[in-house]
Design a protein around this ligand. Structure first.
Ligand SMILES: Cc1ncc(COP(=O)(O)O)c(C=O)c1O
Length: 446
């Protein structure tokens, strides 16, 4: 049988000649033509020109349904009129200022109101800066150095979290006690000993690891929904167990809700009823503009207070809390009413159940993970609950599906994760499931 992946690539290449030419031009001035690894794929990515609602358009005139929404960010779709109106209004008043503006207070009030564990919050421009600062605060607060993170968890691009994000299994050690593996070159080797790696969703194994390092651990950082391995929801007892352990041992519990904040009005911590000490935000809270934030307990956030002499932890940033991002963020958060969350969850449930039905009908060796508006296709029939089970994915099929869906007019992340926005309609979700079915058929899997 002809190679299904190659067939999809051939079709893709024929349909996207202008994107191919732009990739060639880009490669002359950027390494591999790229500035953001997560949106680069071989043989070349599509170059987008515009988006509206659920639709995105590229330089070759292709129209696709966006199933990834800038990696979970655009929760109300592209160019929502309320968000555009807020941005236009701010554009007319000025895009950035050398002193604060009132809107940043309103934005902070919304987060503090929605997330009871957040007494105080600070804004940054990426989720990376959010996790970096939450970890730094935990170190300053506890006087300890080490952090514990889960294998298969992505918390941004700074050094200390760049371990065991997607390690080769032959280097990763025992599943119940994984080794810390640097994700790429250039990370200071000396910090390896400051990273403790734990298996996601296994509270017994985590307890042993955390107790063994308790007196040195500043923080445990965890995603209540693991994005990197396919939107895997934490088991409730996992988060509850981490909460009681960290409380007992004086370790700061950080929830990375850069993606998981999509799950409920008060974030995944509301959904699970678990209260962390610190929370990192990003993506949806900026309405499509560059963003991040971190917040939490009063006494930890007080380390950043400049009003009583030099803060114990210094923190500047030319675009922190900038008024354009605040405008888009406020407009988006105001659209996210309890009814909007209920609808997002209902759409996510609908999509996941239709996909499961398809896989069982065509007997595809696949499963679906996700919660609320988040979902991912897994090319393994076994339950995916952590990095090791995720690593059983048939990577060639993931690529075939990703390319095939591009050919069918749908964009997912290149790991075949996706999410729905408030503006996706049932017909588009049905169309997506049918397209998945057609790609499986072309690949001989249905
Ligand atoms: C869970 C999580 N944390 C942190 C980050 C880093 O955010 P940013 O890309 O804005 O730096 C991401 C980005 O995808 C993420 O998914």
């Amino acid at each position: 049988m002809p190679d299904a992946l190659q067939n999809e690539i051939t079709r893709y290449t024929a349909a996207n000649p202008k994107s191919a030419a732009l990739q060639e031009r880009a490669a002359r001035v950027m390494p591999g033509g790229d500035s953001r690894n997560s949106i680069w794929w071989a043989p070349f990515p599509v170059y987008l020109t515009s988006g509206r609602g659920t639709h995105i358009y590229d330089v070759d005139g292709n129209e696709r349904v966006d199933m990834v929404n800038n990696m979970t960010t655009l929760i109300v779709g592209h160019r929502h009129p309320k968000v555009i109106e807020a941005l236009r209004g701010q554009l007319d008043r000025g895009v950035s200022f050398p002193a604060p503006s009132e809107s940043v207070i309103k934005w902070a009030e919304i987060l503090v109101d929605r997330v009871p564990s957040v007494d105080k919050v600070r804004f940054v421009n990426s989720g990376t800066e959010g996790t970096l600062n939450a970890i730094r605060a935990a170190r300053a607060f506890t006087g300890r150095q080490k952090i514990a993170k889960c294998e298969g968890a992505y918390h941004g691009t700074h050094d200390i979290v760049s371990f065991s994000v997607a390690p080769n299994l032959d280097q990763a050690g025992d599943a119940m006690h994984p080794d810390a593996v640097a994700g790429f070159e250039g990370i200071p080797t000396a910090i390896t000993e400051d990273v403790v790696v734990m298996p996601y969703n296994n509270i017994n194994a985590c307890e042993k690891i955390i107790r063994a390092h308790a007196h040195e651990l500043a923080a445990v950082i965890v995603e209540p929904v693991n994005g990197q391995c396919g939107m895997i929801p934490a088991r409730p007892e996992f988060l509850k167990g981490l909460r009681s352990l960290t409380k007992e041992l004086g370790i700061v519990l950080i929830f990375d809700e850069v993606i998981a904040f999509r799950v409920a009005r008060g974030g995944a911590q509301e959904h699970y009823g678990v209260t962390p000490d610190m929370t990192c935000f990003g993506k949806v809270i900026g309405g499509g503009m560059p963003v991040g934030a971190f917040g939490g307990r009063e006494e930890i956030m007080a380390l950043y207070d400049p009003s009583r002499g030099a803060p114990r932890v210094q923190h500047a940033g030319t675009f922190n809390g900038n008024p354009m991002t605040a405008a888009a963020g406020i407009a988006t958060l105001e659209l996210l009413t309890p009814a909007a969350y209920a609808e997002l969850e209902q759409k996510g449930d609908y999509l996941r159940s239709k996909l499961r039905k398809l896989f069982s009908e065509v007997e595809a060796p696949m499963s679906v993970t996700g919660v609320a508006s988040l979902f991912a296709l897994q090319f393994t029939p076994d339950p995916v609950t952590d990095y090791r089970s995720f690593a059983k994915n048939d990577n060639k099929m993931t690529r075939t599906m990703f390319m095939g869906l591009l050919n069918e007019g749908y964009l997912m992340s290149n790991r075949c994760a996706g999410n729905v926005s408030t503006v996706h309609e049932a017909g588009e979700l049905d169309g997506f499931v049918d397209a998945v079915g057609r790609v499986l058929e072309r690949a001989g899997k249905a």
